[in-house]
Design a protein around this ligand. Structure first.
Ligand SMILES: C[S@@+](CC[C@H](N)C(=O)[O-])C[C@H]1O[C@@H](n2cnc3c(N)ncnc32)[C@H](O)[C@@H]1O
Length: 266
């Protein structure tokens, strides 16, 4: 059910992801490349590539990148951007993050950026990333995270867990294909359970203006009004996390991305 919602939602928004500044230029993109230290002989797999920004950022540094997604329109946009940039080592293919169609131990690097909050079964996705990596291979993940003690100081676990649930409700009103953003604590547990040794963990703040954020996925006027009401009525813990504020007459907030680098033991 969520997969067809994802395909419908992203299918009609594919072009806007090609030019979205947080996707095309967000700080996490360069940081992923920096931390991975990609090598010229590597085979890389980018999961849920969207408009392909992560695949294209790694392509100049590795032998080949397979850019995958479940939304055909997104793969077309990614292939178009690769052609525009003259990147001939990027192959765009349909694949579900939770049931990859690749053999075990075929990739040196697996990446996935700003997408797992759409997956219904993140544990299957992490297990699949582990399966397709060669021993010693790297998994570099970035996703929007929900508040917990890693992101937000000074609140009880109960207040933070309510804020995380409210944050996920907020995201789902804007985009019904949003499944659930995990907390950084939950990601760390998932990586460990799958067998990854965690080599780096970072939190990156992402300032975004509310209107373009809502418009990118075609949120309607009713949804936008509800989101503004929720931002006004946010709990102290959620306010501390999202920091809703007026900047020159426009509503801005700060989202948090978690970046994790995990290594499959050699
Ligand atoms: C925000 S975009 C990804 C952004 C992109 N990774 C980047 O770095 O700019 C989210 C993507 O996740 C894809 N997606 C959602 N669920 C998926 C799944 N189960 N398997 C593969 N792709 C999925 C959507 O089709 C969409 O293209």
């Amino acid at each position: 059910m969520n997969k067809s919602l994802v395909q419908a939602q992203f299918g009609r928004s594919a072009e806007s992801y090609a030019i979205s500044p947080v996707h095309a230029k967000g700080a996490s993109l360069a940081r992923m490349v920096e931390l991975a230290e990609p090598q010229s002989g590597w085979q890389a797999l980018d999961i849920a590539t969207g408009a392909g920004h992560t695949a294209l950022a790694f392509a100049p540094h590795v032998a080949r990148v397979v850019a995958t997604d479940i939304t055909a329109e997104m793969l077309q946009v990614a292939a178009g951007l690769a052609r525009e940039r003259g990147l001939e080592n990027v192959a765009c293919e349909a694949a579900d993050a939770e049931a990859l169609t690749f053999d075990a131990a075929g990739f040196d690097l697996v990446t996935c950026r700003i997408a797992p909050h759409h997956f219904g079964h993140v544990d299957r996705f992490v297990a699949e990333a582990y399966r397709v990596l060669k021993p010693g291979g790297l998994f570099v993940l970035v996703d929007n995270i929900a508040p917990d003690r890693h992101t937000t100081d000074g609140f009880s676990d109960e207040a933070l867990s309510e804020a995380a649930a409210d944050y996920n409700r907020f995201e789902k009103i804007r985009d019904p294909s949003h499944a659930r953003a995990l907390t950084l604590g939950a990601w760390l547990k998932l990586f460990a359970a799958a067998g990854f040794a965690v080599e780096a963990v970072e939190i990156l703040g992402k300032d975004m203006e509310f209107e373009p954020w809502a418009d990118r996925i075609h949120a309607d006027a009713e949804a936008k009004a509800e989101l503004c009401r929720m931002a006004d009525a946010a709990s102290p813990a959620l306010r501390a996390f999202l920091k809703p504020r007026d900047q020159d007459g426009a509503l801005w907030m700060t989202w948090a991305e978690g970046l994790l680098v995990g290594r499959k033991p050699a």
